[in-house]
Each structure stands twice: as structure tokens, then as C-alpha cells.
Ligand binder design. Structure first.
Ligand SMILES: Nc1nc2c(c(=O)[nH]1)N[C@H]1C(S)=C(S)[C@@H](COP(=O)(O)O)O[C@H]1N2
Ligand SMILES: [Mo]
Length: 316
């Protein structure tokens, strides 16, 4: 999966969509041959970026958007990772030395066989693809991010859940030595998120291992994290160490913290406001003004059938 070291992949200045699309076509062309290199964009961005490794893509995802991709600097310099800090800009510095190798991942609960294996080995079992998704935080900002990963449904299949499995739970590493934010009881640690099985097996649900052509910087949640694009960003648990299949709905960290503010489903829904602010609009990072928020973050035609007959005001 990892091909060569790239100390500074110059994504920082690329906000121009045409440039980005050209580059994607370029990648598409070269990955077919097994080669993968970066051309052009020789001007280094101002802040020093963490060292990243380019990732080899096995196919170009057919998932793309007309919107302009968010600048790399914004998507990686403005992050929520409370285990390090609640400050969105502090995480870069605080997670600088985060050790993500080796990285044991355990697969537990309602599965044919419980397993423990290293993230690198696990990830190597799946062909990687790039997908450009809308990313909407519950705090009413949004971005457009080119993620790299593999369908979560393929991972679910690999885990061989039993017929009792109704939900899947994801747990983030909880390491007080490395993660200074754990000292604050802002959440009931560890960070736990979960999905219903049909949500986890939906083709849009992605296990993400990289972004913008390479591995993820530490503040974005390597070596693997969830991205479920029709839900608020907080469902996207970072730096996952445990995947557990359960009969009962997982007790997720945000829901335990403030059940009246953060539901289990957390579907992007402009009609159901957060108790403290509107969800009808959002600020697209890098843009002036606000945009209207779209039901299911714009993925409604693909996901609304998952919730047929459910009262989404009650199951928020
Ligand atoms: N472990 C962990 N995962 C997390 C968070 C966190 O604090 N800890 N924050 C969540 C929130 S609120 C959001 S909006 C997204 C942000 O992902 P990004 O920083 O890659 O944009 O990560 C989610 N996953
Ligand atoms: Mo968020």
C-alpha cells in the first residue's frame, strides 16, 4: 500500500478545482500502470506540513462532487480531536508525535471469531479508493474533502458478524501518555461511536486511511477513522483501536455526554436544530457567507430508505 516517502505533498495551495481534477485524472491514469508520482505544484505551502506517505489507489471512486475541494491547509489545520485538545488549531502541534505504528486493532463481540491484528495488515487487505465527500460538522461548518479509504461494508464482511449483530461500535485509542486532552473530562472517554448494521453496510460508509492523495496527518485520525458523509462529523471516530459488533445499540460518547444535543443517528438534518443553534445553514470553510444545509448532507436519494417510517425528530 505505501509506496514512497513524500515529505511535503504540495496540496496546500491547491484550491482550484480544475487543477485538482486534472491531477485526479493524472492519478487515475498512472495507478493503472502501478506508478504514482506527483508532478507540478512545486511551491511549498507556508506552514510546514507533517511528513506524509503517498498512497496507491486501486481505483478512482465514482464519488465526486461539483463543489470546490477545501484547501488542504484548512482540512488538516482546523480539526476536532478532543483527545488532544478541544482547540481546533492546537491539535496539529499536540498530535505531532502521535505514534500510530504499530497499531493493534481488535475485532470483537458478535463475530464468528474474535481477532486482533495490526492496522497496517488489516488495511492491506482492501483496495483503496479516493472519494470526494461533503463533510458537515454538527457545529455548522462544512468542507469538501478528498478522502482515501475502503468501503466499510467490505470490512464488515471481513469481520464475519453473526446473525445477532445489529450494530457496530468503534472505539478510539485512549492513551493518557500521548493524548493530553484526555485529562479534561469533556467527554466520557474513550471516544465511542456506532452505526446500525445497515448503515455500516451502506456503500457510502467509508473506512478512511488517507486524504488529499496521501496518509492522514495525525490530527485527522490515522491509521484509520470513520467517514459517514450523510451524518454529522462527530460520527466519524478517529484512530480506531476496536471494532465491536453488538446486539444492543452502542452507548456513544457524545450521546452519553449530552443526549438532548447528540443523538445516536446524527443524520444531517436542516429541520432539526441543535438546541443551541440552527442546523438550517452552514459555513463552508474558505467561503464568505453561509449556505443552506441539505437533508442527509445531500446524500438523501442514496440513504433515505434506511430511515423509512422513522420519525427523524425523535431519532435525531
Ligand atoms: N476520537 C475522536 N474522533 C473524532 C472527534 C474527536 O474529538 N475524537 N471529533 C469528531 C468531530 S466533532 C468531527 S467534526 C470530526 C472532524 O474530523 P476532521 O477533523 O478530520 O475534519 O471528527 C470526529 N471524530
Ligand atoms: Mo463535529
Amino acid at each position: 500500500m505505501l509506496i514512497k516517502k513524500a515529505p511535503d505533498i504540495k496540496w496546500s495551495e491547491i484550491t482550484d478545482k480544475k487543477l485538482y481534477m486534472n491531477r485526479r485524472q493524472f492519478i487515475a491514469g498512472t495507478t493503472a500502470l502501478g506508478a504514482f508520482s506527483f508532478l507540478g505544484h512545486s511551491k511549498a505551502g507556508p506552514p510546514k506540513l507533517q511528513e506524509r506517505t503517498q498512497l496507491k489507489l486501486s481505483k478512482m471512486g465514482e464519488y465526486t462532487l461539483p463543489d470546490e475541494v477545501t484547501a488542504y491547509q484548512a482540512a488538516t489545520g482546523y480539526t476536532n480531536f478532543y483527545e488532544f485538545s478541544t482547540g481546533k488549531r492546537e491539535t496539529v502541534e499536540l498530535a505531532k508525535n502521535f505514534k500510530t505504528k504499530p497499531w493493534p486493532v481488535s475485532i470483537e463481540g458478535e463475530v464468528e471469531e474474535e481477532l486482533k491484528l495490526d492496522a497496517e495488515e488489516l488495511i492491506s487487505k482492501f483496495p483503496l479508493e479516493e472519494r470526494i465527500y461533503r463533510w458537515r460538522c454538527v457545529e455548522a461548518w462544512s468542507m469538501i474533502i478528498p478522502w482515501i479509504g475502503f468501503p466499510l461494508k467490505d470490512l464488515v464482511k471481513f469481520c464475519r458478524p453473526t446473525s445477532k449483530a445489529k450494530f457496530v461500535e468503534f472505539t478510539t485509542l485512549m492513551d493518557r501518555k500521548q493524548m493530553p486532552g484526555l485529562k479534561k473530562r469533556v467527554l466520557p472517554w474513550p471516544y465511542i461511536e456506532g452505526l446500525r448494521m445497515d448503515e455500516a453496510q451502506h456503500p457510502l460508509s467509508l473506512m478512511v486511511v488517507g486524504m488529499y492523495g496521501g496518509t492522514m496527518p495525525n490530527q485527522n485520525g490515522p491509521p484509520m477513522r470513520m467517514v459517514v458523509p450523510w451524518k454529522y462529523g462527530f460520527k466519524g471516530a478517529k484512530s480506531i483501536v476496536r471494532i465491536r459488533f453488538t446486539e444492543k445499540m452502542p452507548k456513544t460518547a457524545w450521546n452519553r455526554q449530552r443526549p438532548e444535543e447528540y443523538g445516536f443517528y446524527a443524520n444531517v438534518n436542516p429541520n432539526v436544530n441543535h438546541p443551541r443553534w440552527t442546523q438550517a445553514s452552514e459555513r463552508r470553510i474558505g467561503e464568505e457567507g453561509r449556505r443552506p444545509t441539505v437533508m442527509f448532507n445531500g446524500y438523501g436519494d442514496q440513504v433515505e430508505s434506511l430511515y423509512a417510517g422513522m420519525d427523524l425528530r425523535k431519532y435525531y
